[in-house]
Design a binder for this molecule. Sequence first.
Ligand code: ATP
Length: 325
Amino acid sequence: TADVFANDPLWAARPRHVKVRAPGKINAFFQVGPLRPDGYHSVASTYLAVSRYEEVLVTVKPGTDATDITVSIGAGSTLDPVDLANIPLDKGNLAVQAALLVADISANPSGIHIEITKHVPIAGGMGGGSADAAATLVACDALWHTGLSREELSQLGSELGADVPFALLGGAAVGLGIGDKLTAALAPTPLHWVLVPAGFGLSTPVVYGTLDALREASGREVREPEQVEAGVLAALRAGDPHALAPFLRNDLGAAAESLAPALSEVLALGDELGALASLVSGSGPTLAFLASDADDASDLAAALAEHGHQAWAVEGPVHGAAIIP
Ligand code: ATP
């Protein structure tokens, strides 16, 4: 019943709903080491949060407890309805898993409804589900007055996947280890990018498996990554797209292209149309093109659209998960 709000001074002072926005990401640099005996790969990665956001609205259900967590997809979502219909609406949803983690360490967590308005491509290599999880961590902490620090939220997020702590942090960051050792990088000036989503998704484990197979077939030795190329970090510090362009790298790109050969043509088209550099985002299939400035990015997006490709001009780095007042 709603009485829990009216009669209990603690609950009366609490918000009933919280909206959080969390960014998708691209990787400006992604070096992948050989398959390790434990099944993981060591990586050296540079994450950039981009201005393509997920919006998560979490609403308290008065008089219920945390066994009552429901999720729906917001009507304002801008992705293909067929893809949206395939998102799990149970414990398979990363947002629900995030809520359960916060509930576990909250006093008397109530039931909640999570509405996710999706703008980040699904299985697109942009960490959309991770952004939803990050946003839900922040919202539940606020709704349940759990009082977790950013550090504690990040720790919880890492249980769900390496991309969740980054969606909380935002900006630019270096990921080492299996992507779990995250350090913020200085990048004071946003750069301009064009993103081209694909009409399909790629499974991250399948892309890694394909990379391993391609490498095995080539017989070439694969080095363990140690650090992100210094030129990447210098260019980000300087906010200089021309300096960054030659350093863009994604070891997963070849694997994504071999699974989806049409991607290669779109990458070449972007280069032809004036991108400073182009690459597959994360495990793909979303493609990212670097532009000199905002005008060039919007021109490039328009030119790609004329060739029949959906294209979004974005900037990045941008901030991490944040409550919208
Ligand atoms: P990565 O960047 O690691 O490749 P991704 O962004 O490409 O991840 P997501 O869209 O996060 O991939 O999710 C991939 C799969 O996870 C989906 O196919 C879906 O079944 C499942 N999933 C779980 N929760 C969500 C969510 N909130 N949104 C979208 N997909 C989700």
